[in-house]
Design a protein around this ligand. Structure first.
Ligand code: IPM
Ligand code: MN
Length: 353
């Protein structure tokens, strides 16, 4: 198969972890006989420095002509403490999601036996956890109008808006994922308070008869925040709106003890983007110490979701598992044993795939 992959390394450790994913993708291509073309483009603070725009038109064009986008990280501390900054790297991410129509953010949480002891939860609660969030990504309070301040600047407002259509397309992805997994779907909302949440619940209730093999549960977001800690094994597929999903997926990302390893996908009808859950980790940038596995497992998700190449995806997961059991890991998970460099982990994975 011939594939065009857009590489958006972004900021901080982004370029280093993307470089390792490229090594692994090339090894996959060689092993399975694929031809892969890469095209690299700037995004985030890196793009602001070059063009003044965190998601320039030229980068958008690169994403549009690619079959899949592999994205590193966005964010630079020089913008964080400047509330008056006119453009910020994060705007690039939001613009990219919106312009590429990436309405479903898929964020799995699963465990690696060799890392579960790093979980903040007791072993019996976390061992074998395996759930996935489908977070709505291009609607809700992140994008709703009106937003802003009154003239005096003494009042600020954001608007949460959802249409039935936006909820339906996200919910259908959740239902379909549940059918391929343990057939449990949890709709996370705040239907006891919010009109948008009531529309979510109503829409999901209407869709449920089309998926008779899926059991549907409705839970309030505050209760889910609690139960994710108490008994995360209760969940299989969770669907939720943009802001709830933002918060809960950060909570979820630490449960397995492998936050640096968790991948994600952002899917639309036309475009598909893959990125690690972790951020730009500016303190580690350029030091060759960042853990590349989140990006490499995102590349595995890419083979699965963008190209439906399950063997290729599995080959990446397998070699990652072997690197973990053989201790070929970066310092964040080395546990006092020898720590390997980012680039050494990438080389080892490519050679052993
Ligand atoms: C995420 C991030 C973004 C979000 C920020 C950086 C805009 O937290 O991808 O979860 O809130 O969606
Ligand atoms: Mn977030």
């Amino acid at each position: 198969m011939e594939m065009n992959i857009a590489l958006l390394p972004g900021d901080g450790i982004g370029p280093e972890v993307i470089a390792q994913a490229v090594k692994v993708i090339q090894a996959v291509a060689k092993k399975f006989g694929h031809t892969i073309h890469f095209e690299t483009a700037p995004v985030g603070a890196a793009a602001i420095d070059l063009t003044g725009d965190p998601y320039p038109e030229s980068t958008h064009a690169v994403c549009l002509r690619a079959d899949a986008v592999l994205f590193g990280a966005i964010g630079d501390p020089k913008y964080d403490n400047d509330p008056k900054a006119k453009v910020r790297p994060e705007q690039g991410l939001l613009a990219m999601r919106k312009k590429l129509g990436l309405f479903a953010n898929v964020r799995p949480t699963f465990t690696f036996p060799s890392l579960v002891h790093k979980s903040p939860l007791k072993l019996d609660r976390v061992d074998g956890v395996d759930f996935v969030f489908f977070r709505e990504l291009t609607g809700g309070i992140y994008f709703g109008e009106p937003r802003g301040r009154n003239e005096q600047g003494t009042k600020a407002f954001d608007t949460n808006v959802y249409t039935k259509e936006e909820i339906t397309r996200l919910a259908r992805m959740g239902f379909e994922a549940a059918q391929k997994r343990r057939k449990l779907l949890t709709c996370v909302d705040k239907a006891n308070v919010l009109a948008t949440s009531r529309l979510w619940r109503e829409t999901v209730q209407e869709l449920a008869p089309e998926y008779p093999d899926v059991k549907v549960e409705y839970e309030f977001v505050d209760a889910v925040a609690m139960r994710l800690i108490q008994w995360p094994k209760a969940y299989d597929v969770l669907i939720t709106e943009n802001l709830f999903g933002d918060i809960l997926t950060d909570e979820a990302s630490v449960i397995s003890g492998s936050m640096g390893l968790m991948p994600s996908a952002s899917l639309g009808t036309e475009n598909k983007l893959f990125e690690p859950i972790h951020g730009s980790y500016p303190q580690a940038a350029g030091k060759d110490i960042a853990n590349p596995l989140g990006t490499i497992l995102s590349a595995a998700m890419m083979f699965d979701y963008a190209f439906d190449l399950k063997d290729e995806a599995a080959a990446i997961s397998d070699v990652v598992n072997r690197s973990l059991s053989e201790g070929i890991v970066t310092e964040d998970i080395a546990d006092g044993a020898k720590a390997y460099k980012t680039s050494e982990v990438g080389d080892w994975l490519a050679e052993n795939l």
